[in-house]
Design a protein around this ligand. Structure first.
Ligand code: KG4
Ligand code: ZN
Length: 337
């Protein structure tokens, strides 16, 4: 390692993924992720169990990140962590560890905004979007349209006012009797179904904002009525139900994206977050980009879901700008850009 090298250990612990990554001079060397399976049987993330699992997984994950990177602890020039937004108990585990580690090595601390990091995941590998671009971040915890002017200069131009789109996938999947997380299963069944078989509402919010709570209630009442007529309704129509629900969710996402493109006159379009794995969204968006002449960027799936490589990427740019935090830093469950 040269003396001018920037070598950062980054830690992500905002929700139910414990992750560590090493970045050397802006190049991500690895991305170690421990996924918590403890939540499956509860049908959603249980915060208290998430904190405990982070506590268990964090040291092994960091150990693996360091040992597979070819660097040694003494080469590190900074430690970065997710400060928020996220579950308070989960964040506390990462923040506390990062502080102790930085203190023991006498190196600076870098705090990272998880939502900014989702956007910066696009800079881990080629092709990279050009500034300015619009990023649609869609996951179980977030749904945001972000105007990205520079690495650390971003503005939220629209976001959900209630549930995240991933939550809408998971909650409607639960109504269909599918296990958690139901998003990937809706995707799977939708491939075999007719998206126009049933009509579910497309909620339109003012401006570039979203609302995804209505569809859950609509599906609930729709199923209740249909099941009264035919107790096997879900079983017999599962593929069409999934395709129709997915269709409405994708339409809602894309209507606002198209409006954002028009308003900001930007044709560089990126998507991030776990829901960008959805094949219906990918296909529709790819088709739309072709029609409209947009350049579309979708990162590798491992960088779409929660991961420390994106935290490392954000930390690298913050390091270059000399943006460090003191030992009195605390996590923020809600954190603005
Ligand atoms: O980014 P992520 O791993 O975690 C956060 O929520 O931050 O996203 C998880 C969300 C879950 O709601 C999951 O159901 C959804 O992404 N998801 C999908 C697909 N794969 C993951 N939703 C629809 N289709 C998929 N293929
Ligand atoms: Zn996330």
């Amino acid at each position: 390692m040269g003396t001018k090298d920037i070598t950062i250990l980054a830690i992500e612990s905002s929700c139910d993924e414990t992750s560590a990554s090493i970045i050397l001079n802006g190049k991500v060397l690895n991305n170690i992720v421990a996924t918590q399976s403890v939540h499956e049987k509860y049908g959603g993330v249980v915060p208290e169990l998430a904190s405990r699992a982070h506590q268990e997984n964090l040291i092994p994950v960091i150990h693996e990140a360091i040992s597979t990177s070819g660097i040694s602890k003494s080469d590190l020039t900074a430690v970065a962590f997710t400060r928020g937004p996220g579950l308070m108990g989960s964040l506390l585990v990462g923040v506390s560890f990062a502080k102790a580690f930085a203190q023991s090595l006498n190196i600076p601390l870098i705090d990272v905004n998880h939502m900014q990091a989702h956007v910066l995941a696009h800079f881990i590998e080629d092709p990279k979007p050009k500034f300015p671009f619009i990023c649609l971040t869609v996951s179980g915890g977030h749904t945001q349209l972000v105007l990205v002017k520079d690495y650390l200069q971003m503005e939220v131009i629209g976001q959900t006012q209630d549930d995240a789109v991933g939550e809408a996938f998971d909650k409607t999947a639960k109504l269909l009797g599918l296990p958690y997380p139901g998003g990937p299963l809706i995707d799977k069944h939708a491939k075999e179904g007719n998206p126009k078989a049933f009509e579910f509402p497309i909620t339109r919010m003012p401006g570039l904002n979203y609302s995804f709570s209505g569809i859950k209630t609509a599906v609930l009442y729709f199923l209740r009525d249909k099941l009264q007529e035919n107790p096997k309704f879900i079983e017999e129509n599962l593929n069409d139900l999934c395709a129709s629900i997915q269709y409405s969710l994708i339409q809602m996402l894309l209507i606002k994206l198209k409006e954002a493109v028009k308003e900001y006159k930007v044709k560089e379009i990126a998507i991030a977050g776990g829901v960008s794995a959805n094949s219906g969204l990918r296909n529709t968006l790819t088709q739309l980009a072709k029609e409209k002449g947009w350049n579309l960027y979708i990162p590798k799936f491992e960088y779409c879901t929660d991961n420390a490589a994106m935290i490392a990427m954000a930390a690298h740019y913050k390091y270059l700008q000399g943006e460090f935090v003191g030992m009195d830093v605390t996590p923020l469950a809600k954190m603005k850009f």
